[in-house]
Write a protein of this length. Structure first.
Length: 310
């Protein structure tokens, strides 16, 4: 990277990027400029080497895709249509330039999957690789779906996978690379793109991106809404690869991956019981009471999910 230089790097990353009529000014100026039809939703997500990914486990393409997916999932959780993304990338000066090229290919690939345009960003030198994605979404005149609207009598539903990435992380931490399905899920999440708007249009009363774990993120929603939530384990899906991993690491309960594993970026939302859209699965209920999350009516005694500073 010391030989490539900042401006050559930026030129390589932004060359030939797709655009749209909504983009008034694209990469290459001091700011990007774009037009929207309503309120703008904005979110920022940072990934740090050896905290969110390891180069020994994830390819540069994987890291680029994951950086985009994690950020855009927050727009989905508000019911916004993804519009634009800017990326700030920090890399060591002795990093091979091909790593950055492959990372940028991953960013482009996931932007295409998510329906968001890469509008620019920044590069700088640092000890570790960090990637910060800031995303902008258009609410198109619709009200945002926040975490604060769940009501007693609503049901809790999920769209997307739960606990796959956690099972993959468990495998990788033990030096293995299989089952491949969960390892890939850790490297590159698969948010249910487009389902945030589907949920909003179906009347979702509250919604959140599931990044820290099912119980942890439902606890955020319960506190914001001032309600209690009970999760029904009979409605949760434990996949065969998760059971394989649990058995291989000492016979633990694979349900732990589903309840507390993060990084899958599924969507969690609450709905009136008769308005849950296709593609969503009911997994619990909203109850009156002090904000809390229970599992089959009882407190969950194990870890509830990821805590960033512990």
């Amino acid at each position: 990277m010391a030989e490539t230089g900042e401006f050559e790097l930026i030129g390589a990353i932004t060359s030939g990027l797709p655009t749209s009529p909504a983009v008034r000014v694209g990469p290459g100026d001091d700011c990007a400029v774009f037009a929207v039809d309503g309120d703008v939703a904005v979110s920022t997500d940072t990934m740090v080497e050896n905290v969110h990914f390891r180069r020994a486990w994830s390819s540069p393409n994987d890291v680029g895709r994951k950086a985009v997916a994690a950020a855009v999932s927050d727009l989905e959780a508000m019911g916004a249509r993804p519009v634009g993304l800017v990326m700030a990338l920090t890399v060591p000066s002795d990093l091979d330039a091909t790593w950055v090229s492959e990372f940028s290919f991953g960013v482009r690939e996931e932007c295409a999957n998510a329906g968001v345009l890469l509008l620019g960003g920044d590069t700088t030198r640092g000890r570790d690789i960090t990637a910060t994605a800031t995303v902008f979404g258009d609410l198109q005149g619709r009200p945002p779906v926040t975490r604060a609207g769940a009501r007693p009598g609503d049901v809790v539903a999920v769209c997307g996978r739960l606990g796959w990435a956690a099972a993959g992380l468990t495998v990788l931490n033990r030096g293995f690379r299989s089952p491949r399905a969960v390892v890939v899920a850790h490297r590159v999440p698969e948010p249910p793109y487009g389902q945030g708007i589907v949920a909003q249009q179906a009347g979702a009363t509250a919604m959140i991106d599931c990044s820290d774990g099912l119980l942890a993120d439902l606890a955020h929603l319960a506190r914001a809404s001032g309600v209690a939530i009970d999760v029904e384990t009979s409605a949760l899906d434990v996949a065969e690869p998760q059971s394989v991993v649990a058995a291989a690491v000492g016979g633990g309960d694979p349900l732990t991956f589903v309840l507390s594993g993060g990084d899958d970026h599924a969507l969690l939302a609450t709905f009136a019981e008769d308005s849950v859209p296709d593609g969503w699965r009911v997994i619990g209920r909203v109850l009156p009471g002090e904000p809390a999350v229970t599992v089959d009516g009882a407190q969950w005694e194990s870890d509830a999910g990821w805590r960033h500073f512990q």
